[in-house]
Design a binder for this molecule. Structure first.
Ligand code: ADP
Length: 548
C-alpha cells in the first residue's frame, strides 16, 4: 500500500476536509512558510509605499524603477499569491496543484507536506491501481458520471466493482479505510441478496461455547462477538448444564407473521372484513390462496385488529427452514389480491402495518409469539452451583426474583425479564447469518429460577416466544455463516423434514441463552462480575454493559 493524497472535486467541497492549499506545495513546515510570506508581504509593501512617497516628493517618474524595487514588486506578488492560496482561494490553488494530480511524483511531494502537518486530514491510502481502465472508472465514479451502485452490473465482476467503489470512496471522502479488508470475501455471493454497494467486510471474532448438552445432543455454539467475557461466561454456563445432565427444550409454536394495513370508508365496512376473514370457511379458501406463494408456506391463522376504519390482519404461517419474511410477505400479497375481489372498496395502505411486528419492541410478539416460541429448562445440581458457578441456590433464586422479575417490572420491561438474553442471541445470530435487527424480538425472554429437590438444586428456565431464525436464505448461505450452521448440524434445508433445521437452531439459541443466564446471574450473585471482567477484558471498558 502506498500513501498518497489525491485532491478531488468532492473532497474540496467537504467542510470537514481542508482542501489542498497553495502552501501544500512548499517543502517547509506550514508555520515557517506562513511566517516567511507574511513578513515578506508586509515588509515589501512598506518598502514600496516609502519608495512611492519619495518619488512623488522628488518628482521622479514612477516608471523609472531600480533593481531593488523590481525585486520588491516580485516578492509582493509572490507573497500575495501564496496568501490568497493559503486562505483557500480556489483559482490560485489550481495554478499550483494540478487538478488531475495523478502524477506519482507530484503526489509523493504532497504527501511529504501532509505528513509534516499534524493539522491536515489523514492521508489517503490508495492501493496500487490494477489498470488504466480501472483508474478511468474510479475517476468517473468520483465525478459522478458513473453511479457507484451500477459498478457490478457494468463490470460483470463483483470483486472489481467493490475495489473500484472502495477506491472512489476514499478519494471522495479523503478518509482511509485501509483497516477494512477487501480480500478474502466472495462478493458474488452477496449480490442481490445480502448487501449492496460493498467496499469490504467487517471482521468479528467467533468464539465457541460448549459443549451445550441439549435434548441429549452436544452442540458447540459459535458466537460472533467483541464483548469480552461473553463467550467465557456462556461456556461456564454450558459446563454447569453439562455436569447436571443437560437441558431440555420444547418448541411451543412456529409461525412467521406479517400484518398489512387496509382502510375502508367506515368502521362498519372494516368490521365486515374482520368477520369475513375470521369465518372458518373463508379462512380455508384464503389459506389455499396464501399457500401458493411457496411449497413451504402454510397459513396457520389470521388475527385481526381494528383501529377505526382501518384493519390490521396479522397473517401467521410456517415457513420451513427459512426465517420466512419474504415467504410470508408473498403469501400476504396473494391473499390481499384475492380479498380485493370481495372487498373492492378496500384500500391497501401497506403490506406491513406494524402489527406484525418486525424489528420493533411490541407486546404482540411477546404475548402471541413470532417465529419460533421455545421454552428451555435444566436442573442444576447443588454441588455444580457451588463448584462451577461459585454461588448457592438461594442466592440465585432471590437475585432472579429481585432483578429479572421485580426489577424488570419496575423498569416497565417489554419481554426483558432476563439478565442478558440479547447478548447470546446477537452473538449466535451474527455467527449463523441471521438478521441481527431481529434480535429485538428474538431476545424477548423470561428467566425463571426455583429451588427444587427439597431446596437443594436449582430449576432454571428461559421462555422465549419470538426467536426468528432460518437456515436457508438471507445471510445463512454465506461461507462463514454457513460454516457455523454446519458446526451445529443445521446447515441449509432439512431434506427429510422441512423446517427441522430452523426449529433445532431456535432451540439451540434458547439453550445457549439458558447457559448465559445461568452464568451471568451466578457471577452477579457471587459478586464476581467486576472481577471476571478485569481478568478477561482488561481494557478500560464499562463492565456493567454485560450485566444489562
Ligand atoms: P425468507 O423467507 O426467510 O426471507 P428467502 O426467501 O430468502 O427466506 O429463502 C427462502 C427460499 O428458500 C424460498 O425460495 C424457498 O423456496 C427456498 N427453500 C428451499 N428449501 C427450503 C426449506 N427447507 N424451507 C424453506 N425454504 C426453502
Amino acid at each position: 500500500m502506498e500513501l498518497r493524497r489525491r485532491p478531488s472535486k468532492i473532497q474540496s467541497r467537504k467542510p470537514s476536509q481542508a482542501p489542498p492549499k497553495a502552501s501544500d506545495a512548499l517543502p517547509l513546515p506550514l508555520y515557517l512558510t506562513n511566517a516567511v510570506f507574511f513578513t515578506l508581504f508586509f515588509s515589501v509593501a512598506y518598502y514600496l509605499l516609502h519608495r512611492w512617497r519619495d518619488k512623488i516628493r522628488n518628482s521622479t517618474p514612477l516608471h523609472v524603477v531600480t533593481f531593488p524595487e523590481i525585486a520588491a514588486i516580485v516578492s509582493l506578488i509572490a507573497s500575495f499569491i501564496y496568501l490568497l492560496g493559503f486562505f483557500g482561494i480556489d483559482f490560485v490553488q489550481s495554478f499550483i496543484i494540478s487538478p488531475r494530480a495523478s502524477d506519482d511524483e507530484e503526489d509523493d511531494d504532497l504527501h511529504v507536506v501532509v505528513r509534516d502537518n499534524a493539522c491536515r486530514p489523514p492521508p489517503l491510502v490508495v492501493p496500487t491501481l490494477a489498470s488504466e481502465e480501472d483508474e478511468e472508472i474510479i475517476r468517473s465514479v468520483v465525478d459522478g458520471t458513473i453511479p457507484s451502485y451500477s459498478l457490478e452490473s457494468r463490470l460483470g465482476d463483483c470483486k472489481r466493482g467493490a475495489a473500484i467503489r472502495r477506491e472512489a470512496l476514499q478519494r471522495m471522502t479523503g478518509r482511509s479505510i485501509e483497516g477494512l479488508p477487501i480480500e478474502g470475501f466472495d462478493y458474488e455471493s452477496i449480490l442481490g441478496q445480502c448487501c449492496e454497494m460493498p467496499v469490504g467486510y467487517v471482521q468479528i471474532p467467533v468464539g465457541i461455547a460448549g459443549p451445550l448438552l441439549l435434548d441429549e445432543f452436544e452442540y458447540s455454539v459459535p458466537m460472533a462477538t467483541t464483548e469480552g467475557c461473553l463467550v467465557a461466561s456462556t461456556n461456564r454456563g454450558c459446563k454447569a448444564i453439562y455436569m447436571s445432565g443437560g437441558a431440555t427444550s420444547v418448541l411451543l409454536r412456529d409461525g412467521m407473521t406479517r400484518a398489512p394495513v387496509v382502510r375502508f370508508n367506515s368502521a362498519k365496512r372494516a368490521s365486515e372484513l374482520k368477520f369475513f376473514v375470521e369465518d372458518p370457511v373463508n379462512f380455508d379458501t384464503l389459506a389455499v390462496v396464501f399457500n401458493r406463494s411457496s411449497r413451504f408456506a402454510r397459513l396457520q391463522g389470521i388475527q385481526c385488529a381494528i383501529a377505526g376504519k382501518n384493519v390490521y390482519m396479522r397473517f401467521s404461517c410456517s415457513t420451513g427452514d427459512a426465517m420466512g419474511m419474504n415467504m410470508v410477505s408473498k403469501g400476504v400479497q396473494n391473499a390481499l389480491d384475492y380479498l380485493q375481489s370481495d372487498f373492492p372498496d378496500m384500500d391497501i395502505i401497506g403490506i406491513s402495518g406494524n402489527f406484525c411486528s418486525d424489528k420493533k419492541p411490541a407486546a404482540v410478539n411477546w404475548i402471541e409469539g413470532r417465529g419460533k416460541s421455545v421454552v428451555c429448562e435444566a436442573v442444576i445440581k447443588e454441588e455444580v452451583v457451588k463448584k462451577v458457578l461459585k454461588t448457592n441456590v438461594d442466592a440465585l433464586v432471590e437475585l432472579n426474583m429481585l432483578k429479572n422479575l421485580a426489577g424488570s417490572a419496575v423498569a416497565g420491561a417489554l419481554g426483558g425479564y432476563n439478565a442478558h438474553a440479547s447478548n447470546i442471541v446477537s452473538a449466535v445470530f451474527i455467527a449463523t447469518g441471521q438478521d441481527p435487527a431481529q434480535n429485538i424480538e428474538s431476545s424477548h425472554c423470561i428467566t425463571m429460577m426455583e429451588a427444587v429437590n427439597n431446596g437443594k438444586d436449582l430449576h432454571i428456565s428461559v421462555t422465549m416466544p419470538s426467536i426468528e431464525v432460518g437456515t436457508v436464505g438471507g445471510g445463512t448461505q454465506l461461507a462463514s455463516q454457513s460454516a457455523c450452521l454446519n458446526l451445529l448440524g443445521v446447515k441449509g434445508a432439512n431434506k427429510e423434514s422441512a423446517g427441522s433445521n430452523a426449529r433445532l437452531l431456535a432451540t439451540i439459541v434458547a439453550g445457549s441463552v439458558l447457559a448465559g443466564e445461568l452464568s451471568l446471574m451466578s457471577a452477579i450473585a457471587a459478586g464476581q462480575l467486576v472481577k471476571s471482567h478485569m481478568k478477561y477484558n482488561r481494557s478500560s471498558k464499562d463492565v456493567t454493559k454485560v450485566a444489562s
